[in-house]
Design a protein around this ligand. Structure first.
Ligand code: F0G
Length: 463
């Protein structure tokens, strides 16, 4: 029997409507070839993100009915704080309404113009929040982590030579180092505990704190349990505790591994920073025992954090992603290898070699997937990351040109995901008919969210 064990059953369902290809074509044109501007009820399988899209459990919904909505001192906050301290082990727990607010609070307090923040790879909003402070977001992932074809069990690892070089070049302009677990922009790839320990020792030696971007910490812990020597017998919680014991704090988007639709937090050991940030929190988010969330939201996060540590849950969840990736590979679709924890990343450079990076091959593929199958993924390529060289003014392009198909937690069946693999295989079969895109409008920051594009030849897929 090689069917997986499914650690839940369905109690509530949401209707999905069938939409014709003609209608999708109209909607895509209206959306300026940007899938962020599509109405979600025109989508069959929505793999835009695994963020805030989880199906909550009956226990989470039950906990929400017991929200204590007191302005100050809600009992849900104390449970939230205790649950987080139990897993993450940090002294101060500051609630926020999502991950990027935790980042913004930290960065606006600790960064100044010219500061430098090394990370394995900064996620897009993290990078933007660093740069918004006039600071430099420096990616220091190992070389393997930038090559979609190299097999490596921990492609999210930090390159200690790159980190050392960063300290040599920037010295005390670096107020802290970050590690993103799992490394989202590099394919949802895990970081090993050996690497975390080495970076931690390096940071302690330099007297600089280490902060985790912890969104998908449980998925990262699952990979450590499966792939790293000495961890097979440890529980996910024990591994998570060990990870965080090597750092000084974390930012967390609870919309991922806390299995909720909204929420986040910042943890810190440093009393002075925590105090300053709490003052800022009260100014922009809310009082320190709710930080932009309702009492019931805090309750759902606490329960979600308990559920995400279950090995059965993680095995099935990561298994779904792995099976979808394997189906694509069997059909010859070029994907980032090995498949990570939350998403399959299609390699648009290899799938559409005839479209240059300046014409957004991964965005063209993202649009084609919607047009062909009503499947929504997201571009992680030149629309998201291309820039200009500050010295020469020449255009710069990211190393990888990817379409991320992120799987929401506990939402889709194997049938939905097989359909997605099938759509990718169909597109692969007539990839040469796809053409590139050009930009009609772009915002000065985070342009991929609102850009409007159009097919250069007038048609995305040639007849
Ligand atoms: N860090 C990482 C690694 C992320 O993946 C995200 C969000 C954030 C920080 C910000 O968290 O959305 O709660 O403010 N990633 C989502 C995604 C949006 O689709 O990958 P947030």
């Amino acid at each position: 029997m090689d069917l997986p064990f499914v650690p839940y059953r369905i109690k509530v369902v949401e209707r999905v409507k069938s939409v014709t290809r003609e209608r999708r074509e109209e909607l895509l044109t209206k959306a300026g070839y940007n899938v962020f501007s599509l109405p979600s009820d025109s989508i069959y399988v929505d793999l835009l993100t695994d963020s805030g899209t989880s199906a909550m459990s009956d226990a989470q919904w039950g906990a929400m009915l017991q929200g204590d909505e007191a302005y100050a001192g809600s009992r849900n906050y104390y449970d939230f704080e205790e649950t987080i301290r139990d897993i993450f082990g940090y002294k101060h727990v500051i609630p926020t309404h999502q991950g990027r607010v935790a980042e913004n609070l930290l960065f606006s307090t600790l960064l100044t113009k010219g500061s430098v923040v090394p990370n394995n790879i900064h996620f897009d909003t993290t990078r933007a929040n660093v740069e918004y402070q006039g600071a430099i977001a420096l990616d220091c992932v190992i070389a393997e982590g930038l090559d979609p074809m190299i097999d490596h069990p921990f492609k999210g690892n930090m390159d200690l030579d790159k980190l050392g070089a960063a300290f040599e070049k920037y010295g005390d302009r670096i107020p802290f180092v970050m590690i993103t677990i799992t490394n989202n922009s590099g394919g949802g790839q895990p970081v090993s505990l050996a690497n975390i320990k080495a970076v931690s020792e390096f940071c302690r030696d330099k007297g600089v704190p280490l902060i985790f971007d912890a969104c998908r910490f449980a998925e990262n812990a699952w990979f450590i349990k499966r792939r790293e020597d000495g961890y097979a017998e440890k529980s996910i919680k024990e591994i998570a505790r060990e990870i965080f014991s090597h750092g000084d704090g974390c930012t967390m988007s609870a919309k991922k591994d806390a299995l909720v639709n909204m929420g986040g937090f910042l943890c810190l050991n440093n009393d002075v920073w925590a105090q300053e940030i709490t003052n800022l929190l009260i100014l922009i988010e809310g009082f320190r025992t709710y930080g932009g969330l309702s009492g019931r939201d805090l309750a759902a996060v606490a329960q979600g954090l308990r559920e995400v540590l279950e090995d059965d849950y993680l095995t099935y969840r990561i298994g779904q992603v792995q099976r979808m990736g394997a189906q694509m590979q069997e059909r010859g679709v070029p994907i980032l290898f090995p498949v990570g924890g939350h998403a399959v990343y299609v390699d648009a450079k290899r799938m559409l070699p005839h479209i240059p990076q300046a014409e957004f091959p991964a965005q063209a593929l993202t649009c084609a997937l919607y047009l062909e199958g009503g499947v929504r993924g997201v571009e992680i390529g030149s629309l998201m990351f291309a820039g200009t060289d500050p010295d020469t003014g020449a255009p710069t392009f990211p190393a990888m040109e990817l379409v991320r198909l992120a799987v929401p937690r506990r939402v889709y069946t194997e049938t939905h995901l097989s359909f997605v693999a099938e759509c990718c295989a169909e597109l692969m079969a007539h990839g040469e008919r796809l053409g590139g895109l050009e930009i009609e409008y772009e915002a000065p920051v985070l342009r991929h969210f609102t850009a409007r594009l159009k097919p250069i030849s007038g048609q995305l897929i040639r007849d």
